[in-house]
Design a protein around this ligand. Structure first.
Ligand SMILES: Cc1ncc(COP(=O)(O)O)c(C=O)c1O
Length: 475
């Protein structure tokens, strides 16, 4: 972690970055319980920051009971700091966890869950699923009697490989494809294999919140790249690639979560060239590609990759069958070998039954009809959301696909109390700050139009608008 990189992100939050950096090292047990931590002076020199910055970070660590102070001697690791907060009193538990901010919000029970970027279950062809399940048991009577391979079912990999080649002109063989249980697993694997503490990782700002949590857990030095409806500032990206030598750039360029923006084709090609030039891997996360409301989106970055710098993550959870949790990772064999080794430490492959059901469902004619209907249903819901919000002075850019509206509320709205107030009224949304590697963007919220039916959408949005108005007047 270098001062340059820190100030590059945000100097007024420098002490929080030092705090997180230290906490991460404590959790990785670089310093054990009761071990002395480096002095303020040593750390200030090492990180090239002011001593007061380190002092403030230590004060925060002390306040949160991660370290304790011995008079005139310095700071020491508090033993309980290595444990998750809720297990601190449990003598059996000796693990430590890193939390996902998004999953915490998903745990809140509410009638109007604008926080969930998932398809309303009624929009899926539930009635027909049993046909596919039966077909799978007829075709593979021993399907429950065996594991998949770690890399995934050969038949499914071959079918998806042909699909990617014909639809997106990928240069790909089935050996360069792995099946995972969702792309969350894929992000986690990629981070575990490729990122070590203090590696520089470029992330969009805002970005998919759990990706921030994963890279933070790895101890990455995260540098944000602004994403706009027109993509990125490529000069800035090039400068950062040149100066900071990032390990990878994690991006979600198609109907981006949370904004709905799509990076234009010219930028995709150019970014792949930059990645090659500066040897920075691109991790392309692409879970919403089929959910377009007008033209099809531009080809994935992976279509332009000739030198092996792009890793392509494709989830099929969101609009095919969330309950099957199927995703793929496409990458060159050198990286694939590492991913396989890492995956074999956590499971023996995604469940074979899920893979076979997915295979027969995904390549059926009914699936294509389902997608076409879903696009229409989602576009209608997006329009309803925009219509309901048209009475406000909130700002957003209409998404041409995906599940979410990324909305800026007026600066006068007291955001610190908004989520709490909304939860009282049985409404949830995703606060912008958790989608921001810098934990700012606090007047932004992500609201999804995919999970509620049309009437619930209208009712919930009217409730949301009136809650915001009431709060705004009171302050
Ligand atoms: C950008 C992005 N990546 C990854 C995921 C996780 O996908 P999965 O459900 O396949 O794990 C999501 C889900 O919302 C997402 O929006």
């Amino acid at each position: 972690m270098k001062r340059d990189a820190l100030s590059n992100s945000h100097s007024d939050k420098l002490f929080e970055q030092v705090y997180e950096y230290l906490l991460d090292r404590i959790r990785r047990e670089e310093w054990r319980a009761h071990e002395k931590l480096p002095s303020v002076r040593t750390l200030a020199l090492e990180l090239n920051v002011h001593r007061l910055t380190v002092f403030k970070a230590y004060q925060l660590l002390k306040q949160e009971r991660h370290v304790y102070v011995k008079d005139k001697s310095g700071y020491y690791v508090q033993p309980s700091s290595l444990l998750p907060v809720d297990s601190m009193n449990d003598p059996i538990v000796s693990a430590y966890v890193h939390k996902s901010h998004l999953s915490e919000i998903h745990q809140v029970q509410a009638t109007y869950q604008f926080s969930k970027a998932l398809i309303e279950p009624n929009l899926l062809p539930n009635l027909y699923f049993s046909e596919y399940v039966k077909k799978v048991f007829d075709l593979y009577p021993k399907v429950l009697g065996t594991y998949s391979t770690t890399q995934g079912d050969q038949e499914l990999r071959e079918a998806l490989c042909s699909y990617y080649i014909s639809r997106y002109h990928f240069h790909l063989s089935p050996n360069e494809l792995m099946i995972t249980s969702g792309s969350q697993e894929a992000i986690d694997l990629v981070a575990r294999v490729l990122v070590k503490p203090r590696d520089v990782v470029l992330l969009e700002r805002p970005t998919y919140s759990p990706a921030i949590d994963v890279f933070r857990r790895q101890g990455a030095n995260m540098i944000p790249i602004e994403i706009t409806p027109h993509g990125y500032d490529l000069e800035q990206v090039e400068l950062l690639m040149q100066k900071e030598k990032p390990r990878l750039f994690y991006l979600n360029p198609t109907f981006h979560n949370p904004t709905g923006y799509t990076v234009p084709a010219e930028q995709r090609k150019r970014l792949v060239e930059l990645a090659e030039k500066y040897q920075c891997l691109i991790v392309e996360d692409d879970p919403c590609r089929d959910m377009y409301f007008g033209d099809e989106p531009p080809l994935p970055f992976f279509s332009y990759d000739t030198a092996g710098y792009v890793i392509y993550l494709r989830s099929f959870s969101k609009y095919i069958a969330p309950g099957l949790s199927i995703a793929t990772v496409a990458c060159r064999p050198s990286i694939m070998n590492y991913l396989l080794q890492a995956k074999s430490l956590s499971d023996s492959g995604a469940p074979l039954l899920n893979q076979k059901i997915f295979l027969h469902y995904f390549f059926s004619e009914r699936m294509q009809q389902h997608l076409a209907k879903l696009r229409i249903a989602l576009a209608i819901r997006r329009d309803i959301m925009e219509e309901e919000l048209s009475v406000t002075d909130w700002e957003w850019s209409s998404p041409p696909g995906g599940f979410n509206l990324w909305v800026k509320l007026p600066d006068s709205v007291p955001m610190e109390s908004l989520l709490g107030k909304c939860i009282e009224k049985s409404i949830t949304f995703v606060p912008g700050a958790i989608c921001d590697p810098l934990r700012e963007l606090s007047s932004w919220i992500r609201i999804s139009y995919s999970y509620l039916n049309e009437q619930q959408l209208r009712d919930g949005l009217q409730r949301l608008v009136s809650t915001v108005r009431q709060l705004n007047i009171k302050e």
